[in-house]
Ligand binder design. Sequence first.
Ligand SMILES: NC(=O)C1=CN([C@@H]2O[C@H](COP(=O)(O)OP(=O)(O)OC[C@H]3O[C@@H](n4cnc5c(N)ncnc54)[C@H](OP(=O)(O)O)[C@@H]3O)[C@@H](O)[C@H]2O)C=CC1
Ligand SMILES: O=C(CO)COP(=O)(O)O
Ligand SMILES: [Zn+2]
Length: 350
Amino acid sequence: MFEKSTWIKLPRNVLVGHDVLDDLGAAVGELYLTGRPLIVTSPTPNDIAGDRVRAQFDDPATAVVKEASFDAVERLIETAEEVDPGYLIALGGGKPIDIAKMAADHLSVGFVSVPTVASHDGIVSGRSSIPEGDTRHSVAADPPLAVVADTTLLANAPWRLTTAGCADIISNYTAVKDWRLARRLRNVEYSEYAGALSEMTAELLVENADMIRPGLEESSWVVVKALVSSGVAMSIAGSSRPASGAEHLISHQLDRIAPGKALHGHQVGVASIMTEYLHSGENGRWSAIREALAELDAPTTAAELGIDDEELIAALTTAHEIRDRYTILQGGINEEAAIEVASATGVIER
Ligand SMILES: NC(=O)C1=CN([C@@H]2O[C@H](COP(=O)(O)OP(=O)(O)OC[C@H]3O[C@@H](n4cnc5c(N)ncnc54)[C@H](OP(=O)(O)O)[C@@H]3O)[C@@H](O)[C@H]2O)C=CC1
Ligand SMILES: O=C(CO)COP(=O)(O)O
Ligand SMILES: [Zn+2]
């Protein structure tokens, strides 16, 4: 008898467009939530959009988080226990969204995602990714009940944050390659739908790269739709596999070795050039990935990331240790080979 079952959790409402931040109250009203909201935000988004959000609700509470950590999640849970919110509203970048996502899961309340930067695909996903000491926890959590992405606000955010979102999407190419490799060699569960959606999302973004320019609202529209689509692929898969392979392992190691130097999306983009090379060799698509990143003004070298060559090589050689996820880096790459791939792809100069 066929006994397998799948539970795909997706947001119910996704609003993307001009000034839709002012429709947040109406979008939340449609969800029939009760109680007061607790707005989870960080300093900059609170300054930029906090009052506009608060004005749409009765008796809202606000918690401002400063770093992505388990301590921050615990502090937020304590605040929520005092405030007793009916639901959370995550307003900002990946930091407040991931923290709110994890806390909402713990508190068994829903949350609404209101990204103020299009910097990565966690704005929609059912994954919360938080570093802790030497490891990173990417845990399942319910995805947002609704996503309200105001393209006017996003177009005014710093351009480098948008290029980071684009690079996070481009890295889906290699993430799916790693996932397929894991299926072939370890019989890891693979979803054709999630794999195809993730690849197609990267493809469409690259095809529309010439439309993605600073300050253009249409660009934010294209990028947000790609981020939503990539988040949906993760929800279908029930894991971050469609959007996170060896290139993400390298980036997570960089977060430990060289914290705060570069954005998540930029790191995974540069790492993706190298893991594509490892998958397909010198005639593979690594140069196409590099060109796509460059066209979108995303970094393609360690120097552009602001990372020393030694830090990059250390991240490459230790990336396989960070998580039990089969990728092209399974078993590790030695220093000599790491220097070879980084210099052959122009990521470091030798
Ligand atoms: N769950 C998932 O599936 C995924 C999660 N992630 C996680 O997300 C995090 C990275 O996300 P990211 O968005 O870069 O992180 P942040 O939330 O730290 O945002 C990046 C920066 O942008 C600032 N900012 C936010 N909105 C605006 C705006 N409108 N205008 C100007 N500045 C703004 C923030 O200010 P301030 O410093 O004041 O907060 C911060 O300095 C990482 O922790 C990463 O692991 C990444 C990918 C996927
Ligand atoms: O960044 C992500 C997808 O783009 C999430 O992946 P992780 O599970 O590696 O944190
Ligand atoms: Zn990512």
